[in-house]
Design a protein around this ligand. Sequence first.
Ligand code: C5P
Length: 306
Amino acid sequence: MSGAASGARSVTVRVPAKVNVQLAVGAARADGFHDLANVFLAVSLYDEVTVTPADALRVTCSGPDADQVPLDRTNLAARAAEILAARGGFAPAVHLHIAKSIPVAGGMAGGSADGAAALLACDTLWGLGTARAELLDICAELGSDVPFSLVGGAALGTGRGEVLTPLPAGEFHWVFAVADGGLSTPAVFREFDRLAEGRAIPVPQASPALTAALASGDADALAATLANDLQPAALSLRPGLADTLAAGTEAGALAALVSGSGPTTAFLCRDPESAGKVAAALAASGTCRATRVAASPAPGATVLPS
Ligand code: C5P
């Protein structure tokens, strides 16, 4: 089998970015990964991945930071198409186009999002109807954050982050400050290990106060409980991020933290008006490259009507 079994000419999937409202990191495991208690929240910054039948697998990307996106087989969108096609015993003869809006290498799971989106888009184009549980298994094979990109909303991720339990979440408003350049996730975890040397690291656990605040939609309560164990490591590698965090809180954000492994920083705001003011102040502060306003929770990867 090859090509568009569903008869569709192309399929576009929209997929959200994420912020970690809690990222509790345990000690390094024998396989090099870290056990996590990782509270994911999908936010309304989206990439769109369009898949079209082609002679051979090809990836293109558009958007302001498109030049930073790898277009070879290391791109998780390409790998998703390859894995799904290999399971069916046919070639992944598709063109994958990524309309990139999520910061690249920014700690917002942009690459993971594209992997989940490509998987769903190819499954739809090829008319495979792969069971959700199998799609989630392929996502976990692609990377620790990829299953959440498929699911969206809010969820607790345990294991290396790939074992998901959905969580209820009220509405929250955010500003994201995009930094110059990306940070490598493995490098941030290595720095976490270096900073943790000689210290006992507790088993990571979700905070009941945080999950209650998330469910209630109470921004003050969530602000009081936000926590990211990777933040000291990200700040150690990029000390200038401290100025960005300070600029956002001085401008009225209820709380500020590094998003995931960074270097994007996240600012929780009381309402959309406050978010607009914080974004303007951050842009004027000269401590970041760009700002983005978003709301949460956002839905996971979704096929758009053609
Ligand atoms: O799973 P993923 O490929 O996204 O992980 C990228 C890298 O981040 C891993 O190779 C590892 O260095 C680090 N990581 C980790 N513990 C996790 C998730 C990721 O150490 N739970």
